[in-house]
Design a protein around this ligand. Sequence first.
Ligand code: SIN
Length: 280
Amino acid sequence: MAVTVTPLSGALGARIEGLNLRHLPHGDDLAALRRAFLDYQMVVFPGQKISAGDQIAFCELFGAADSDYKAPPQENDDYRKGVMLVSNVRKNGVPIGNLPDGDMQFHSDGAHRDSPYLATTLYAIRVPSEGGDTLFANLYAAYDALDDATKARIEGLRVHNAYILDATSRDEEAREGGTLREAEHPLVRRHSETGRKALYVNRLMSRYIVGLDEAERARLLDELIDQVERPEFIYAHKWTEGDFLMWDNRCVNHARTDFPAEETRLLRRYTISEAVSAAA
Ligand code: SIN
């Protein structure tokens, strides 16, 4: 079956059909997939039935495994370091994975690390009947839509990001007991493959713009965070079990909507790393 690529929205995203990810794509199929990933920034492969091992093997086509998350102990499977379950399922009251409940603010995975994640993959095993959508925001479009004066003003500036593992909102900044990880990155980030500029700022992690006085940096940060969350730059993905998604953290922020606590949400997440040198 031929691979087809169908755009999902005016903002970003494409659906890719004609691939069974239990088998690694190669040749023209892999080339089409790489092209779609760069062009559409987020790709969805519906109707997949893949193991953790399949997911890892697929990710290794794009880069190295790299995660701060350790897989919780699992039974009868091939989980290993780097695989993370995003789930509200609990065993004896303890979540079996990470990021269990409720909504989550926009962020880019790994923006709090010196070496952010190049891409993230999520595979839907169980999804609630409503809510729990993952929202994706196009950071190229957010940059392109800035006026020339703002583009000139922010060129060369850096943003300071901070994050406590498993936080889903800025309000958790004050939470005790978590380890705060911090990193600085260019506010205007040039994509290491496409060369395009993205507005690399997000509500969950970005704390201040380096080198500006307090009042100015707060005003500018608020303005830019609002810019990257403009509705026209966002695609909301409503999950179907069997969906496998991969998005490009170099040019995409993502967030999550709330969902009924009594329903099960279980996704398997695996990240792909980018070298420090490529992140600037
Ligand atoms: C994440 O931010 O990695 C999780 C997104 C989601 O649960 O939809």
